[in-house]
Design a protein around this ligand. Sequence first.
Ligand SMILES: [Ca+2]
Ligand SMILES: [Ca+2]
Ligand SMILES: [Ca+2]
Length: 243
Amino acid sequence: MMYRIVTVFVCGLVLSVGTSGAATIPVFGPAFGEAGHETIIESLYSGSFTAVGADFIGNGDAAGIQVLRQDDFLFPMGVLSVTDGSRGTAADAIWAGGVISATAEARYAAHSQRFGFDRGNGFELLFDVQGSGTNVTGSASVDLTGDLWRWVRRDGNNTNTWSSDWTLNHDGLDHLVTYRVTGLDTNEAVWLLFWEDLPVCSSDRDYNDLVVEVRALPEPATLAWTTLGGLVVLVGYRRRIGF
Ligand SMILES: [Ca+2]
Ligand SMILES: [Ca+2]
Ligand SMILES: [Ca+2]
């Protein structure tokens, strides 16, 4: 198998694509006084985590929890299912299908932040983020069943709009680093979205400027069919036993 590396330099941006075509972008350490990804994850899930490659693995009170870095580039890019996507199935650019709730978890940035999505109708706001550090508020839920969308982060004054689909960003930078969180005591799919807010040539690429946790309920269609199946079974059972 031929090993191929493509390296692109734009204002110091380096993207390396390996044999599989999958790639992740580098995350730099946080600015002085800010929290990095590991610290933020530890505050979210109340335990100790260890960096293993680009992932964070829980131990101690967080044993069993894994925070798994998703692909930023994949060929083909694919569409990531918010309900059951996982690493290797699609890059984190375009998302599909589900009832989601999103909550702001951190903001380490001078700019104010807005968070929403675009399903082909332009920017739809989920919430404005109030506060800073991990003392932030902002949350919303929306039914995106049957939809395709890109996540969108904006400055509070609506400048510097960045899409999860980096091919749409005017500076060519991927502004979103995504993790899937597994091992939590929930049947929801849990994701962490870490955003970089500044354009490529002024960016410190710490990807902690806005952190959003997204939770997706199991597919309503699946629940509906499960419920319907249960009713059919119950009706058949009633007929057999005559009540
Ligand atoms: Ca990305
Ligand atoms: Ca930054
Ligand atoms: Ca920052």
